[in-house]
Design a protein around this ligand. Structure first.
Ligand SMILES: Cc1ncc(COP(=O)(O)O)c(C=O)c1O
Length: 383
């Protein structure tokens, strides 16, 4: 079976087979890591399927087919990082164009808009996109993209993708969704009306903390935008090498089972934290809207400490199973202090993070061990 033959199959089946069919010559059941940088041509100006690996490479093409298919997208583009994918989308805008950003988002996305694209003439407004009236107020006649992250980083806020997409379309703008925290197994923004989906494949899609990558997927009907992104992908060259495409392809095959277990473990941890006296507030996307647009709540949990920043810094330094590190979405559990780590670039901006906040990426270890580890770390605050 190839390509669209998998359309009727369930997510788990497509995640294993789509774009990853046995090699037609050797029968290899996993796509080879094709290291060729250039490909023989039959005549001048008559390349075969591939020409030069910045423009296209078989291992990258397998990833682009597989992940675009899982998102229900018509086009998929793999990049060297999540930020490179975001950059390629923002480069589609003319100077003077306006973007609406959420007031809770990955700090690097804000930095890219504020410190790089603003210098090239982009304007932006950040707004609370859980409030549709605030979104309407933030839009201008020049708004071309409404950008959102749901669940958001680091507060795990849930934004109504269908409602935001509808407002974006009323204004003639695209709705772009960073789907890194949910993955296409838990949430498919294009089915809810979004135009563009962005991933840091570094996270759950790779799933093992051993690759940095990004992805942009486009809804059907956006062929002009697809041409623009393909042009930037080739013209600026922020492409992943075949060695980096491979672990993401492999990660897709186990994505469904990993996300189920991440969600189960995180649900237990959110419940434990909600009952703990040292914890002021727990953020976990398990409300009504999340249930409407997500299959499960995912593996990210954030919480604030009643005793503020010093307590947060002590706790992130006191765990043993949770490793103190940036990034997220892999088999091992990670803990971090967003205000001084992943979100240090938004200090003083509208996206600044409460310094009492701790973010967990709940991994696939025994949940009993994870709860014990957090209990021990929180107990150190009493001493
Ligand atoms: C939600 C989200 N989007 C985008 C990015 C950027 O991805 P990358 O680090 O692969 O450039 C990150 C990185 O942490 C992220 O958490």
């Amino acid at each position: 079976m190839t390509g669209s033959d998998w359309d009727d199959a369930a997510f788990e089946t497509r995640a294993i087979h789509l774009g990853q069919e046995p090699d037609p010559i050797t029968g290899a059941v996993v796509p080879p890591i094709n290291l060729a940088s250039t490909f023989a041509q039959d005549a001048v100006g008559a390349p075969r399927a591939f020409e030069y690996s910045r423009s296209g490479n078989p291992t990258r093409a397998a990833l682009e087919t597989a992940l675009a298919g899982l998102e229900g997208a018509a086009h998929g583009f793999a990049f060297a990082s999540g930020l490179a994918a975001t950059d390629a989308i923002l480069r589609q805008l003319d100077p003077g164009a306006h973007v609406v950003l959420p007031d809770d988002a990955y700090g690097g996305t804000y930095r890219l808009v504020n410190a790089v694209h603003r210098r090239a003439g982009l304007t932006f407004t950040s707004a609370d996109l859980t409030d549709i009236d605030a979104l309407r107020t933030a839009c201008t006649d020049r708004t071309r993209i409404v950008w959102l992250e749901t669940p958001s980083n680091p507060r795990l806020r849930v934004i109504d993708i269908a409602a935001v997409s509808a407002v974006a379309h009323e204004r003639g703008a695209w709705c772009a969704v960073d789907n890194t925290f949910a993955t296409p197994y838990l949430q498919r923004p294009i089915e809810l009306g979004a135009d563009v989906v962005v991933h840091s494949t570094t996270k759950y899609l790779g799933g093992h903390s051993d690759v940095v990558g990004g992805f942009a997927a486009l809804a059907p009907g956006l062929d002009g935008l697809a041409d623009g992104i393909a042009f930037v992908q080739n013209a600026t060259g922020a492409v992943p090498g075949p060695f980096d495409c491979y672990p993401v392809l492999r990660g897709l095959k186990t994505l469904a089972v990993r996300m189920d277990r991440h969600s189960e473990n995180a649900t237990r941890i959110a419940a434990f934290l909600r009952d703990h006296a040292a914890v002021a507030e727990v953020f976990y996307p398990d409300g009504e809207l999340a249930a409407k647009q997500m299959r499960a709540a995912g593996g990210m949990v954030s919480f604030t400490l009643a005793d503020g920043e010093d307590a947060a810094v002590r706790v992130v330094g006191a765990t043993r199973v949770f490793t103190l590190a940036e990034s997220l979405g892999a088999v091992e559990s990670l803990i971090e202090h967003p205000a001084r780590m992943t979100h240090a670039s938004v200090v003083g901006s509208p996206l600044a993070v409460d310094p009492a906040l701790v973010r967990l990426s709940v991994g696939l270890e025994s949940v009993a061990d994870l709860v014990d580890d957090l209990r021990r770390a929180l107990d150190t605050l009493r001493r």
